[in-house]
Design a protein. Structure first.
Length: 241
């Protein structure tokens, strides 16, 4: 039996599935990941990406932050790929209980997923740091320099920057979802970024599926390990036939 056939059988028989994904889920939508040859961390800028995406840099060099953020972090024309669509379909069938994502692109919701736990926030949500008024992504894109609220306050993305902690409520919901899952599918993530990657430890079931092109620290614990494109893999199992 091939890996695809095994995965299809598992999904057909599962009653409670949770998906945990990272940047690799969106590469098939044309959004670069972080650590590949073309990824964010291999680009040349005056400062390392970790510095430019930090909270202190945002406050001290807001204009430069936004130039980098618009150039490298925003992909408003990206469309959901087969991975996003397959997960939305599994949720529609009542099998997938939650999507836990490290991505900020909103493609899971665009594909139709409802219960999406965004560990690092969303580029589609932005707010004034003074009055808390909410602004859409278009406000950030259209601003010539630093986006300002109608009250004059600074608008910031509702994303977790370096030096900031993850939302405890979202982390708690994600941990609970993984703990209660019958099947946990992990895809498109190196599982090297903490504390998000530590969530996998909450899973106590017997069907851990890893879909990732590169090695992860949890490969030895996987009940099924697939080193293929996640979109093609999930698409073949859910959307085709």
């Amino acid at each position: 039996m091939t890996n695809i056939q095994q995965l299809k059988t598992i999904l057909q028989n599962a009653g409670s599935i949770v998906f945990f994904g990272g940047a690799g889920v969106s590469t098939e939508s044309g959004i670069p990941d972080y650590r590949s040859a073309d990824g964010l961390y291999n680009t040349k800028y005056a400062h390392p990406p970790e510095t430019m995406l930090s909270y202190s840099f945002f406050l001290r060099h807001t204009s430069e932050f936004y130039r980098f953020y618009r150039d490298k972090m925003l992909y408003p024309n990206a469309q959901p790929n087969k991975a996003h669509l397959a997960l939305a379909e599994l949720e529609k069938r009542g099998k997938l209980k939650a999507v836990v994502t490290q991505n900020i692109d909103g493609l899971h919701q665009q594909a139709g997923s409802v219960n999406v736990l965004e560990l690092h926030g969303s580029a589609h949500r932005n707010y004034c740091m003074d009055c808390k008024k909410q602004y859409p992504l278009e406000t950030i894109i259209r601003a010539e320099d630093v986006p300002r609220c109608s009250c004059g306050g600074l608008i910031r993305p509702d994303v977790v920057l370096y030096e900031e902690g993850l939302d405890g409520r979202v982390m708690e919901k994600a941990a609970r979802a993984m703990r209660d899952a019958e099947v946990l599918i992990v895809g498109g993530t190196s599982l090297n970024v903490y504390p998000a990657s530590g969530l996998i430890r909450y899973y106590g079931g017997g069907k851990l599926i890893l879909i990732n092109k590169s090695e992860t620290p949890y490969d030895a614990y996987a009940d099924l390990l697939i080193r293929e494109n996640i979109g093609e893999t999930l698409g073949a199992c859910v959307l085709e036939g």
